[in-house]
Design a protein around this ligand. Structure first.
Ligand SMILES: Cc1ncc(COP(=O)(O)O)c(C=O)c1O
Length: 403
């Protein structure tokens, strides 16, 4: 992949020596000019609503929304655009399923001990309000998902398995195909939280046969505040919408409501049209790079950084150490230092931006008695040179501050 060429598409990089070294891509990515222009195009040329008014501007927005749904559908290997529901982020998509399924007392949900709070807290809430039973697959100390303990946890009460496809703290992925086959054999549904997988690797959801798949477009070059829930139509038809109101209803009397068909029934209220249009451009951009090239590029940077730091006595890498198992994520601690201090010093010393703390996976860190970690995460515009500067900056911090 021609990173230097790609970088020229990102206005945030000016070519100056003080350009940001942004390694916080697991949180949110930068946007190329093509995405910014597509989002602006909405405000400049057809700043109206979709799916309601019949005038020409509204029709244009409706067409753009449909086109984007189609693009995203193809991008994720969905057999129909009707399986693509726009949300404001991955969190909303996960909540939509958790709260939309008719789960009740005694029904179990199976997650892992490493879920992001967005795929943990909704189930805890449902345990309190509806009496469902959250069950948790434990991860061994090597950080790698244990298929055998998963099989053991798959009891008859489990109605849905809901796992992060790729974990945001360790970077490890679950073997999605096996997980789904085992769950389906035992009559359970599967939702995957693809927030950290979809931006970095090709997904083929039809082939995976997953029931629900959630991700955020702002983690894959798209505008802030756009997420997607992929849902099989027959399952979506039975989901209770999370947000109800205008735009989601075909008719209503004073005491009854008829919803629009899937997917519109889940898109109540005016949407983030500019963001949706920009999301289409983000997907186009990623396709022009090639998702195989994106995965290879991210992995190469992760290998470089891991090689540069893993053998230092003062550095502990959040397991597994092998970068091939951690996609685009390098999480670590420096002996005697808090991760927030490491992150702040990196920013002040070298304009290097990473994430620190517990990464919204509090239970994972609290049970292991680890006070969080620093996380560098890589994407299409990061270069080998930036990674070398990151390695040197970490070494300097160790030299100056580590105990
Ligand atoms: C694995 C995972 N799931 C869910 C989310 C939530 O994404 P968002 O904040 O975009 O809703 C994140 C965000 O970092 C994540 O890493």
């Amino acid at each position: 992949m021609d990173t230097e060429r790609a970088r020229r598409d990102f206005p945030v990089f000016t070519g100056a020596a003080d350009d940001p070294i942004y390694l916080d891509n697991a949180c949110q990515t930068f946007r190329p000019r093509q995405v910014i222009e597509a989002s602006d195009e909405y405000y400049l040329n057809y700043p109206a609503c979709a799916g309601r008014s019949v005038h020409r501007l509204a029709t244009e927005v409706s067409i753009k929304v449909d086109e984007t749904r189609e693009k995203i559908s193809k991008f994720i290997g969905s057999r129909s655009p009707n399986r693509v529901i726009f949300t404001k982020n991955c969190t909303e998509a996960l909540n939509l399923v958790a709260k939309g399924l008719s789960l009740g007392r005694g029904d179990a949900v199976l997650t892992t001990d490493m879920e992001h709070n967005s795929n943990h807290v909704p189930w805890i809430q449902l345990a309190r309000t509806k009496g469902i039973i959250p069950k948790i697959v434990e991860t061994p100390s090597d950080g790698i998902f244990d298929l055998e303990s998963y099989k053991r946890m798959m009891s008859r009460e489990v109605k849905i398995v809901s796992f992060a496809h790729t974990n945001n703290a360790t970077g490890t992925s679950v073997p999605a195909k096996e997980v789904i086959e085992i769950a389906h054999d035992r009559g359970a549904l599967v939702m995957l939280d693809g927030a950290q997988y979809a931006p970095h690797s090709k997904v083929d959801l039809d082939r995976l046969d997953v029931d629900f798949y959630a991700f955020s477009v702002h983690k894959m070059l798209g505008p802030s505040g756009v997420g997607v829930l992929y849902a099989k139509e027959e399952l979506a038809a039975d989901l209770e919408p999370l947000i109800v109101g205008g735009g989601a209803i075909s008719t209503a009397t004073y005491d009854k409501v008829e919803y629009l068909p899937v997917p519109e029934r889940f898109e109540g209220g005016l949407m983030n049209y500019s963001g949706i249009v920009g999301s289409g451009a983000a997907v186009d951009y990623l396709e022009s790079l090639g998702m195989e090239n994106v995965a290879e590029h991210d992995a190469a940077l992760n290998s470089l950084v891991t090689e540069g730091l893993k053998d230092l006595d003062e550095v502990s890498v959040l397991a597994p150490v092998d970068p091939q198992l951690r996609g685009s994520i390098f999480s670590f601690n420096i002996r005697g230092m808090s991760s927030h201090d490491v992150a702040m010093i990196l920013d002040q010393m070298g304009g290097i931006m990473i994430r620190s703390g517990m990464h919204c996976t509090h239970p994972f860190f609290l049970t292991r008695r680890i006070d969080g970690c620093a996380r560098a995460s890589f994407y299409v515009y990061n270069t080998l040179e930036e990674c070398n500067r990151f390695i040197e900056a970490v070494k300097k911090i160790i030299h100056d501050f580590s105990t």
